[in-house]
Design a protein. Structure first.
Lengths: 316, 323, 316, 323
């Protein structure tokens, strides 16, 4: 089961990294509990595919395409080595790795921008150029109620754009429960209204989710247009690091603690013959790599005047 | 009772809700959570889910539905958590809310309060200052308090106003600014500026957090023998030009300061009204203090360089005094 | 069949009125071919229910609630007797008759405003007041792709608001055919994604449509929440009076000419025993009433300085 | 060839599309219909549906997807049929398009042109003039031509520009303004104003249709012995202040005129920059001409009273000359 093992490494890296980020920044938005949804969504893509991960926990998706850990940590700590030089929100990433950067924090608008990356690909295809890249974009269950969700997906459906929309449904939007912003049905049921396929799947099972995503990716690659996928998962922590989430019931959290995707994956890996030691080593490495990165990066200078970029607003 | 800026706002909302059942709130995370930055703390406990209504992340529908409810008999307060999201409701604000009364020839009106949080804040999140767009649009009132008691009194006035009022709260002021705010307090008529510090050498007209920076600058200049009068604009629309002109006729020197980008900011409108109606009062060019022409950067050191501060106000004062 | 007969009168009044408007204003947006969709949507409501008709052809819906014909004609001709005193677009109507006025022409935003009228009613109900009013709002198939469609309907679903959304699907948005903005499915299929009922029905059969709408109205009145209805119809004319619609095939238009809702209704009325003479009289009266109204209103003064309202922008 | 304003724009787009396959258009009714007010006439016939792409009524997604396509290698022109709908795409324009280059530390850029039609037009539909909001936002270029050839040359420059350019077309100019426009023409660098009429008594700085009204006003004042210099601003961001100051140093009298509401309009920014950097050049207050503070009315007689006209410009000139 090589895929799950690799995913397990990434999931642990995500957990260790996000924990460290949360520790150094009380306003960090932790991904704990949703690692499978994130890794399962963005695993198995080609480096030239364009990704637009949700704002919560995107670092692991950048790392999966070769982005440097130290430079991401630099963003969190406000150091000169960050890709965005302290300008964008810390969770943004480098466009050179074919991703959509976080240049603003109004949720939903970037769904349209990601759709535009798919339009660029479709435009090249329509011009007869060989281009079978796809775009994978993820977003929250709260974000699914913004106008851009509707406009972007409908546009992609009409133009048959090569894009996969994945809703990382963690059942909360800050302090609001799902039923305060959605009346009943699954988000995936919205797909039919746009004439595209919709699938709701267990977001804590990275392999099952990844199968669903990769099927939609193939569809998009072969010119059959967009899909909407819903990965059902749960935000185990508060909205940000410091948020104690007193607005929800500990019982609900306890139930989902039982479904911690890392524990589940570990169990399955053990069943298929991976030893305690091997799995512990993965965990230990992740934690150690992250700790070392933080240690190295803390030594670097903070961003300052040189990064302010008073004359770097316009491209020339 | 001494209250912070946000506590004064919340107390004002609670008082108005107690006396008028038509008043209710629409917003995100305004329930048990107590609102972004405690902006509705305690209201859910007192008024429950009927009157403290948590909405989906649907800024346009939130504002639009508040407008419709206002047109049909209620007096909603709709909260856009942060100014960064106002552009998502732009059309509702400038084309629906602003137009109804005039376009229906007075048949209908829209007594809605649209609350939002502007400026840099203690957590640096969502730090846009888009206030300058709105006084351009006839039909809106635009309120932007800097002081705790004014904030409460203006919120009372905004809720009672039969027109759409954009109520823009400054995030730095939120927990940092406090003063005595009585439980019972009168609404403050919308459309008056206030001289918050008297002085004779130069007038600094400011909004929001820059009022406080201007006050601090004024103190620092005492030892230089420069006597600074500081005016808190409080309301961008309608604008109380008379108070500004009165001060300027005394000081003959004008500095305008706000947190928003300098170019195209509301300072330009104040300056233009002076250049149109009181040019003769000026002994020196009008200096504006505002943010430089870059998008709002995120990391703390950059943010601190970006937001105009006391030194910027002092430099501007020196410039006009040295002319 | 009294309902169809009454509707027939309204439909003819709509046709005659809209033709006269189109004649006197080359930029009028005619309703020809869609009269059944409009009348079938707004027939049978109570005067205290709130209506928010689509911008195309709303006059008949105002007249159905007692608005004065002459004053609407005054709006078209820019006369002082218009309700809006020349300020709003001519197709707006008086709020005193419980409708949502057209104060701006960006399509879609008024769906949210109409939803707010329903919120006002729901708020009163939740306060224990007896209020069983409902809101009926109509909009175009093109408009259904604006973000507000999504946000407003979802909000209404979550809050179970007493509102019925009716898409007047005439298969065109100015010069663009349906398939340039919708990928395949019926608009009514979008309802399921919000957890509300959706029905697509023949919009050229006013009685069938009205049955569907009134069932949804009852649902809304009894607190069961919103519905989405699609009335399939066809715009027989150009987008505006002067538009010759050379962008579409005459064959398509010819097919729909055969389904002219007035001719269909007339046929059914004849089958059920209404005489040629009776039906001709309805037609003649409509045309004559409109002609007389135009004749009367042309005599009135144009709007001018007194209507400009430089100090009537704010309520006091 | 003599071309109208809109013909010059369409010809420029066609020329750029011929030489660069990355250029394509997104808009409503831009195909067989030829675009609102013939704004893309003939383009569909020449370039077909791949490059002239008709979109759903989804203004936010239209602009957002153009931004994404621009970030990923194309050079789209996205058309928002009328300025009245710009608020629907506000967030895409001010937070996405404007921020990308700076926020990615120069890694990415957004070579997109956002076209829209502003002002009153021959059919009176959708007559909003929201241009003042955009020069406030760093990262955007804002172009607003008044003359046919300038319109064509600026469109060429906008398409080649690596930054987001808001290209705002005036509807009154569309068919009414014409001049000789060669088939091959150079792009006009964005950011230069132009003296369109020389004079010595007073400077009128104008945008869009008001440039033409100012020119007509100038002719009428010849007989009174008032010699009016008229400057067409052409670009709001970057603003060519130097050309304005140069003229003002000659005339010492300044009138600023635009079709948008006076309060909070772009005229305020021009006035403020003068009051900040060239106050000594003024012999009289700065007069602004703009629309009054009411929503844009619909009926023709009201609309005519609402839109600033020659008489308003003349009155303002008399006012500053009489000071
Ligand atoms: C348009 C907009 N409205 C509100 C916010 C404030 N906000 C930040 S995160 C968040 C919750 C988002 O919920 P969801 O999309 O489910 O993502 P999650 O946080 O659960 O991962 C909200 C409301 C925002 N960033 N953007
Ligand atoms: C937001 C917005 N975008 C574009 C327009 C321009 N416009 C006016 S009518 C129209 C077509 C509307 O189509 P639909 O909703 O199907 O209504 P129909 O005209 O067919 O009745 C368009 C695009 C507009 N008024 N508002
Ligand atoms: Mg969520
Ligand atoms: Mg239609």
């Amino acid at each position: 089961m090589p895929r799950l093992l690799t995913m397990y490494r990434w999931m642990w890296l995500a957990r260790a990294l996000e924990r460290a980020c949360a520790e150094s920044n009380p306003r960090w938005f932790p991904i704990e509990g949703e690692e499978a949804a994130v890794v399962g969504t963005f695993y198995g893509l080609r480096p030239e595919d364009v990704i637009a991960p949700h704002y919560r926990g995107p670092f692991v998706t950048y790392l999966m395409r070769g982005v440097e850990l130290d430079r991401l940590v630099g963003q969190v700590l406000g150091k000169v080595n960050g890709y965005t030089r302290g300008r964008a929100a810390a969770f943004s990433g480098p466009v050179g790795f074919n991703l959509i950067p976080w240049v603003a924090a109004d949720l939903g608008t970037s769904l349209s921008v990601a759709t535009g990356a798919a339009l660029s690909i479709a435009y090249r295809r329509e011009s007869g150029q060989a281009d079978d890249r796809v775009v994978v974009v993820s977003f929250g269950d709260g974000t699914a109620n913004r106008g851009d969700f509707h406009e972007a997906i409908n546009l992609a459906a009409v133009w048959k754009l090569p894009i996969v929309y994945v809703c990382q449904n963690n059942q909360w939007a800050i302090s609001q429960p799902l039923n305060s912003y959605i009346a009943g049905p699954l988000i995936a049921e919205r797909a039919a209204g746009y004439g595209i396929p919709g699938t709701s799947t267990d977001g804590n099972d990275p392999v099952a989710l990844n199968d669903v995503v990769l099927a939609a990716v193939t569809r998009a690659r072969t010119g059959e247009g967009p899909s909407l996928i819903e990965a059902r998962t749960y935000r185990l922590t508060g909205h940000w690091a410091e948020d104690v989430a007193s607005y929800r019931s500990p019982d609900e959290v306890a139930i989902w603690q039982q479904r911690d995707p890392l524990a589940l994956a570990r169990g399955r890996l053990q069943e298929t013959g991976h030893s305690e030691a091997e799995l512990n080593e993965i965990e230990r490495t992740a934690v150690a790599d992250v700790a070392e990165a933080f240690r190295r990066v803390r030594e670097l200078p903070d961003v300052g005047d040189a990064e302010l970029g008073l004359d770097e607003v316009y491209a020339v | 009772m001494r209250r912070t800026y946000v506590e004064a706002i919340v107390a004002a909302i609670a008082a108005e809700m107690r006396s008028d059942d038509r008043v209710f709130m629409i917003g995100q995370d305004i329930g048990r959570f107590g609102g972004p930055m405690s902006g509705s703390k305690g209201l859910f406990e007192e008024f429950g889910p009927r009157r403290i209504r948590e909405a989906p992340i649907s800024e346009s529908a939130m504002v639009g539905s508040a407008i419709g409810a206002a047109m049909y008999g209620q007096r909603p307060i709709v909260e856009i958590s942060f100014g960064e999201f106002l552009p998502l409701a732009m059309s509702q604000i400038v084309l629906q809310a602003a137009n109804v009364h005039y376009m229906t020839a007075g048949e209908a009106s829209v007594p809605v309060v649209i609350r939002s949080r502007l400026g840099d804040g203690p957590y640096r999140g969502h730090p846009q200052s888009y206030e300058a767009w709105f006084p351009h649009v006839p039909g809106l009132k635009v309120v932007m308090p800097a002081m705790a008691r004014d904030a409460g009194r203006l919120m009372r006035a905004a809720i009672r106003d039969p027109n759409p009022v954009l109520f823009l709260e400054n995030m730095q002021c939120y927990h940092a600014v406090r003063e005595e705010v009585p439980d019972e307090d009168d609404p403050l008529p919308i459309g008056t500026a206030r001289v918050v510090r008297e002085g004779g050498s130069v007038t600094v007209v400011a909004t929001g957090w820059l009022v406080h920076r201007a006050l601090a600058a004024a103190e620092r200049l005492v030892s230089d023998g420069i006597s600074v009068e500081v005016i808190d604009v409080r309301c961008l629309a309608p604008l109380d030009l008379a108070t500004i002109v009165r001060s300027l006729r005394k000081t003959s020197h004008l500095v305008i300061a706000h947190e928003a980008w300098k170019v195209g900011g509301f300072g330009a409108e104040i300056s233009a009204q002076i250049a149109e109606t009181a040019l003769d009062a000026l002994d020196a060019p009008i200096a504006r203090v505002g943010a430089p022409g870059i998008p709002v950067p995120s990391a703390r050191p950059l943010r601190e360089r970006f937001i105009p501060n006391e030194d910027d106000v002092i430099a501007a004062i020196h410039k006009v005094m040295a002319y």
